[in-house]
Write a protein that binds this ligand. Structure first.
Ligand code: AMP
Length: 227
């Protein structure tokens, strides 16, 4: 039985870092829709290039495009082990489409974790964030431009990490993604972690919460099957 996790939270909450770590430790497939879009832009993909203007402004890419991307990845055989989603779903329409894909896959519980961080802290983290252009390593704020410690690639600011765009992305998050949290909140598999803590502490709490939520999800399913 696979384990499937959605890492929710505003830009800068550290969900990408936690999603990557958790997926690697558990041998799950990490799917970051932002990374997929940025890679597709680099490859000159037509649909992704059309999405680029919206991304550069901090706006959301349309649901149809995003759902098609995620559906294709999740239905591949290598996703059967389970996945960690980072950056999807961001709208209720995307969440509903994901539920449908989950029914088609019928493989393990869907755990949803919201990584919560106060807004002032998010702006501080994001406005100076440095990312490796080659491997995506996130060095956080306060790092000089130069070589990536992991792969030697160039450390750069993401085009959408300047302060105005950061504020727009946080506004978009509030408006479009908050209803997604409401969509999941009632479920036995929904958890909230305090993302303002040290990354190691967040990791520790997150792991315990995911284990607990997965067990709760299995119990709900067993009960449903029994009735
Ligand atoms: P991220 O790296 O997750 O912050 O995503 C960067 C940008 O890609 C976002 O600001 C959106 O423009 C776009 N994007 C990524 N995932 C989605 C999604 N699920 N729905 C709509 N737009 C998305």
């Amino acid at each position: 039985m696979g384990l499937n996790v959605i890492m929710m939270g505003p830009p800068g909450a550290g969900k990408g870092t936690q999603a990557g770590r958790f997926a690697k430790e558990r041998g799950l497939l990490k799917i970051s829709t932002g990374d997929i879009l940025r890679e597709a832009i680099k490859d000159g993909n037509r649909v992704a290039l059309e999405a680029k203007a919206r991304m550069d402004r901090g706006e959301l890419v349309d649901d149809e495009t995003m759902i098609a991307i995620v559906r294709e990845r999740l239905l591949r055989p290598d996703a059967r082990v389970g996945f960690v989603l980072d950056g999807f779903p961001r709208t209720v329409t995307q969440a509903q489409a994901l539920d449908q894909i989950m029914e088609e896959r019928a493989n393990g519980p869907l755990v949803v974790v919201d990584v919560m961080v106060p807004e002032e802290e998010l702006v501080r983290r994001l406005a100076g964030r440095m990312i490796c252009a080659a491997c995506g390593t996130n060095a956080g704020p306060g790092v000089e431009a130069g070589a990536c410690v992991k792969c030697g690639g160039a450390m750069m600011q993401r085009a959408d990490d300047n302060k105005d765009v950061v504020l727009e992305r946080l506004k978009v998050y509030q408006r479009a993604t908050w209803p997604v949290l409401e969509y999941y909140r009632k479920r036995a598999t929904f958890r909230v972690v305090n993302g303002a803590q040290e990354p190691a502490r967040v990791a520790h709490e997150l792991d315990a919460m995911i284990a607990d939520a997965a067990a709760a999800g299995a119990a709900v399913r067993a009960e449903r099957q029994a009735t």
